[in-house]
Design a protein around this ligand. Sequence first.
Ligand code: NAD
Ligand code: UDP
Ligand code: UDP
Length: 330
Amino acid sequence: MTYSGERVLVTGGAGFIGSHLCRRLLDEGKSVICVDDFSTGSQGNVAPLLDHPRFELRRHDVALPLHVEVDMIYNLACPASPPQYQKDPIQTMKTSVFGAFNMLGLAKRLGVPVLQTSTSEVYGDPHQHPQREAYWGNVNPIGMRSCYDEGKRCAETIFFDYHREHGVQIKVVRLFNTYGPRMLVNDGRVVSNFVIQALQGLPITLYGDGSQTRSFCYVDDTLEGIVRMMGTAPEVTGPVNIGNPDEFTVLELARMVVAMTGSRSEIRHFPLPSDDPTRRKPDISEAARLLDWSPKVGLERGLDCTIAHFHDLLGRQGLVTASRKVRSVG
Ligand code: NAD
Ligand code: UDP
Ligand code: UDP
């Protein structure tokens, strides 16, 4: 690897958001060390970057100490999809908690900023709507989602204690549901599930009656928020919500995907998973104030790009049956 420009560590860099971040940082002239254990991410996600002279990929579990020399750290390592993080809940918790200690220990030794991708899940099934950063949340500590929700809450605690005790420069962003190209086909989150099912003419797996809401943020918008947060003055710690405040029911999403793919898929109901949040919508006034940031890509345009990605991917395997409607996405 040829080091030039700032050296950036991206943990979880072979995942969905991480792979987009690695590309963006390389495009900005930075050198990137991508660390990933490939538990939910894949080498394929960063395959086009492997020959880049300023890119280095290392297989490593962030729950174990890591010794590298860098100028800033983006800590994204953690499975984010409910079926994925519930597969090995103990490892999910270790990733969040020990991963936080190790990345903060590294940031402390090097004297560099470290950004943590926390989550709207810290608000649990919220009693306040929309969710502001000052809200402490409503989280079940012993349920199926707790390994992720409580792991991320604990990680935030460790970040703020390292900041107060050791003066580590921390940047905490709470991401809301992000979607877009390069989600893995077996990821299990709602947007990729619905798009893949619709394109193949398979039943749409709607959990519950579909009245629960989410606010979907296109990956380019999320990335812009993350990168702006890293660029803030040292005293800006967050937490800052990054998400798109346009709220949709999951049933509305299912209908949009079916219509936009020209699919004949039927919508089929399945039981709602336990502790599935009823409503979710970010208040993004802090992001507007501190980062001068707001999302630019609406759900329809973002879905169009996502559908185009999966249409190409599945089409190459001869799996597409739906007649995707062609739109201008300019
Ligand atoms: P993802 O599952 O696609 O990517 C996570 C990456 O981390 C994967 O490449 C995985 O292999 C890697 N990883 C997991 N455990 C690891 C470990 N112990 N050591 C090293 N690597 C490990 O998920 P994503 O959607 O890209 O999410 C990235 C980050 O953003 C996560 O921290 C997630 O909690 C956070 N986030 C995402 C969303 C979203 O909607 N996508 C919402 C809120 C928060
Ligand atoms: N750590 C790391 N890389 C470093 C420095 C520290 O992975 O370059 C790990 C270290 O092994 C420890 C954690 O970060 O597990 C916290 O380190 P810190 O120095 O804060 O605390 P201590 O070593 O006293 O536990
Ligand atoms: N969901 C669904 N069908 C699916 C996957 C998810 O109806 O195939 C629902 C899920 O129950 C939740 C919402 O879609 O209400 C968002 O789920 P996702 O797993 O994407 O993320 P979450 O926001 O729950 O972490």
